[in-house]
Design a protein around this ligand. Sequence first.
Ligand SMILES: *Cc1c(COP(=O)(O)O)cnc(C)c1O
Length: 357
Amino acid sequence: MNFINLNAQYLAYKNEIDAEIQSVLQSSSFIGGLKLDEFENNLAHFVGIKHAIGCSSGTSALYLALRALDIKEGDEVIVPDFTFIATAEAVVLVGAKPIFVDINLSNYNLDFKAVEQAITPKTKAVIAVSMFGQMSDLRSLNETLKNKNIALIEDGAQSFGASFKGEKSCSIAPISCTSFFPSKPLGAYGDGGAIFCHDDALAQKIRILLNHGQTERYKHEFIGINARLDTLQAAILNVKLKYLEQETEKRQILAKIYDENLKNCVIPKIDNNAKSVYAQYSILVENRADILQKFEKAKIPYAIHYPTPLHKQLCFKEANHLEIKNSSYASEHILSLPFSAFLEEKEQEQVIDLFKD
Ligand SMILES: *Cc1c(COP(=O)(O)O)cnc(C)c1O
């Protein structure tokens, strides 16, 4: 059994993907070009936003978003304590200070009250992670922050294709980021990511920054970086994007089977207004060590997203934070089960069996 069955997905779209790869190889156009333009247009249309900009990873997307907003040394950026390192890493890379804030245990997203309490005159942005594929009410968070002149960035690395009250992930905040890491809901065959925004000037700045700060060939107005998305990845993603809605529907069905059959654990709570893409199907278990022994014995794959809250990571030891309660609790009790649109019925039964009394 695979934790995420990427091979079955490849086989399902093999003819189309192989043809797209061949076409890029034949064209010898590996950077930029029509395939990338086409993918960016398709992305923007899917999300329902003016600008979608392909880039080299979710991490570079976050970095570029912060750079485009001119966030720098002396600034503070509020991030959830319970997320993948990249969310906070990007803040440090631009010279600003990440402020770790607790999550709520219903959807593992930022606790909005804790966000308001953490705001200081130095706060320039809040990065809200739509954890495990579920968005929170970013429209209302954005309103609160806008009144205080603080930018909202959605880290939609896990939630591409999700929605809240019918609005898609990466369509609400002034800037949103996603990742096309192979195991994400929309995964490339290598690294990739994208940035989304409404504003023309911001989009232009991001495009300049991700291409060495170059405004015209060999004219460099800013210090930028090389963070472009490969044409080959864009061509592959163009195929996979067509099937994302269909895969999301399949994920809903499989999640419901877990929901209805798992015992002795806390299943994911999805808000009535939210449609999750279940980037992970993650549960809380009281006795994780015992359950993991059963997984090991049955040779069933699992993952722990994430075993250490950010405030306890060595690289942030200077932050000297007090205990962050829900984030610490989640790290100790979370468990992600094998999951993808290609999980087979008998595989899912094997997983469910491990939870029987
Ligand atoms: C995967 C992930 C990222 C980073 O994406 P990469 O493409 O691997 O750089 C950032 N934030 C979150 C929440 C993620 O899950």
